[in-house]
Structures are given as structure tokens and as C-alpha cells.
Design a protein around this ligand. Structure first.
Ligand SMILES: Nc1ncnc2c1ncn2[C@@H]1O[C@H](COP(=O)(O)OP(=O)(O)OP(=O)(O)O)[C@@H](O)[C@H]1O
Ligand SMILES: [Mg+2]
Length: 279
């Protein structure tokens, strides 16, 4: 359901200069704007990624179209882009929102965890799943995630856990640079798409360890992409439909190449997977 921005909480760091905003559905969203300093296409990339990750069952914040109107911008003069000493206004309209996993005053969200805590993240294996996704989508950025402590049952499909068990949850964020960002191409650098702590790939020994995600991607239904596109705010595409359609056709043709992309990355020396080839 589309939502409307009500109150600016703060600006976030990062190249897109996203803003954390309270919305009229009672949730908070990290909003990337159509005229952000990176590119409008970043929003298309984020939107498609959110729908794909949802289908693949890889933990990520839900995405929403967020309307920022002139009244909101008048009431929040601090909402703007900073380009050096210059100020650029945010344009009113529909933007991309990534849901904050709780109330920002009560829930601490971390960009990084120290190694010992990282090992305790309940869904750390999603880092392997999202690597398969990143290779397929040609993510030119390093992998990024947020972490927070919560009741696991409320966030993850964990079986057999006590309903009140609390632990760290990871959600995958920042998909502005899938499709090589504004380029809408596939660069396929061997090293791209990895998380900066290689311990998250422990236990990856052979191709089978990329399941179930690899199978889901090789057989990815085109309808999922069609549905995501249909739900996207129309203003984000701005006459680029044909080019985007071409990109999606390339993406679908690439499904079968993903095992090869992973194998190439795995067999590089030094390799990214600490346990590759061990029995
Ligand atoms: N759904 C979310 N919930 C909480 N925090 C978030 C969420 N999405 C993003 N953030 C925070 O906002 C910051 C900026 O988001 P993101 O990395 O997507 O933006 P960016 O401008 O593309 O960054 P970069 O410069 O890394 O490309 C993140 O580092 C993270 O701290
Ligand atoms: Mg980022």
C-alpha cells in the first residue's frame, strides 16, 4: 500500500542522501528520492530488488512507494540534498521507501557488527543466498546489510525456536547498484557483490551449498518481474520502458549463467570462501 510522508526524523549517510521519515501507516521508512544525487534509475533497481528478494525469501526490508508532497517539504526545510556548499531541493512526488524495522527511538539498527556478534546472527546464511542474487543481478556494489535484535519468530521463518527467543536479525539493504547502477548493464567483476567479512561464507564448500537460492534463481519466473514492474510508480521510468525491457530480457537470459559466475568467483585465488573444496 502506498504511504505518505508525515515527519522528517533525520538524514542518513550515503551517496543517495536518503532521509528517514515517519509515514501515515505508522511505520518509518528510509526514503531515496527520484532526483537523488546518484540517479533516478537507482529507485527502479531498489524496487525490483525488493520484490525479487521477497520471492527468493531472503531477508530484506519491505519496500513501499512513499509520497512526499509540497506541504511536507514546506514544513521540513532541512529536507534537501547537499552537493558541496550547494542546496538542491527534493522534488515532490512518489519516492522509494525501505521500511525501518521498528521505531527509531526504541530500536537500535546497526550497519556493522563486531565479528563475534556477526557469527551469532540467526539468519547469517542469507548472506550466501544474497550472494547468488547479487551475482545474477550484477550488483556492482559491495554487499550491505543492517542488523538489529528482535524476537526471531517475528522476523524469520525459524522452526522449533521458542516464540520469545531474541537474537540478531540481518536484513539486506542498498540495491541501488544492481544492474551496474545507472548504467543498466552487467559488469560481472569477479570480486563484486561480496560482504567485507568473509566469515559469513563459512561452510560454503561446493556448488550445492548455494541451494536453495541457486535453484530458485535458475528457475526464476518472469511473472515475478512483470508484477514488480506493474506495481512500480510510473514516474520512475520516464520513457525508458524499452531500455528497461531489454535489460530484463538480458537478466532472464542470465539465469542459467549464474552457476558459472559463482564457480568463477569461488575458484579465484585467493578465493572468497574459506572452506571451498573441503570435505
Ligand atoms: N530499511 C532500513 N532500515 C534502517 N536503516 C536503513 C534502512 N535502509 C537503509 N538504512 C540505513 O541508511 C543508510 C543509507 O542507506 P543505503 O546504503 O541504501 O544508501 P546509499 O546512499 O545508497 O548508500 P551508499 O553510499 O552505500 O551507496 C544505510 O547505511 C543504513 O544505515
Ligand atoms: Mg549504502
Amino acid at each position: 500500500m502506498p504511504v505518505h510522508a508525515r515527519r522528517l526524523i533525520r538524514k542518513m549517510r550515503g551517496g543517495a542522501q536518503a532521509h528517514l521519515v515517519e509515514c501515515d501507516d505508522g511505520n518509518h521508512y528510509v526514503v531515496k528520492f527520484t532526483n537523488n544525487p546518484q540517479h533516478r534509475r537507482i529507485l527502479v533497481n531498489e524496487w525490483m530488488s525488493a520484490w525479487f528478494l521477497d520471492y527468493l525469501r531472503i531477508s530484506a526490508p519491505p519496500a513501499e512507494a512513499v509520497e512526499v508532497d509540497a506541504a511536507f517539504l514546506d514544513a521540513h526545510e532541512e529536507a534537501c540534498f547537499r552537493l558541496g556548499a550547494q542546496r538542491r531541493e527534493i522534488e515532490p512526488g512518489w519516492h522509494f521507501g525501505s521500511r525501518y524495522p521498528g521505531h527509531p527511538e526504541r530500536l537500535a539498527v546497526y550497519d556493522f557488527l563486531p565479528d563475534q556478534l556477526l557469527d551469532k546472527v540467526a539468519n547469517l546464511r542469507d548472506m550466501v543466498g544474497v550472494l547468488v542474487f547479487d551475482k545474477w543481478m550484477g550488483n556492482a556494489d559491495a554487499r550491505q546489510a543492517i542488523f538489529f535484535r528482535a524476537r526471531l519468530k517475528e522476523w524469520l521463518p525459524v522452526e522449533g525456536e521458542h516464540p520469545l527467543k531474541v537474537g540478531f536479525v540481518a536484513q539486506m539493504i542498498d540495491h541501488g547498484y544492481v544492474f551496474n547502477g545507472p548504467e543498466w548493464s552487467f559488469a560481472d567483476g569477479r570480486a563484486q557483490g561480496f560482504y567485507f567479512r568473509r566469515q559469513v561464507y563459512r561452510g560454503v564448500r561446493r556448488m550445492e551449498d548455494f541451494e536453495p537460492w541457486l535453484g530458485r534463481i535458475v528457475n526464476f519466473p518472469e511473472e515475478v518481474a512483470d508484477r514488480a514492474w506493474k506495481q512500480m510508480p510510473p514516474g520512475w521510468m520516464k520513457g525508458e520502458e524499452e531500455e528497461f525491457e531489454k535489460l530484463l530480457r538480458r537478466l532472464m537470459r542470465r539465469r542459467e549463467r549464474v552457476p558459472e559466475l559463482l564457480r568463477e568467483a569461488a575458484e579465484a585465488r585467493p578465493g572468497p570462501f574459506p572452506d571451498w573444496g573441503r570435505s
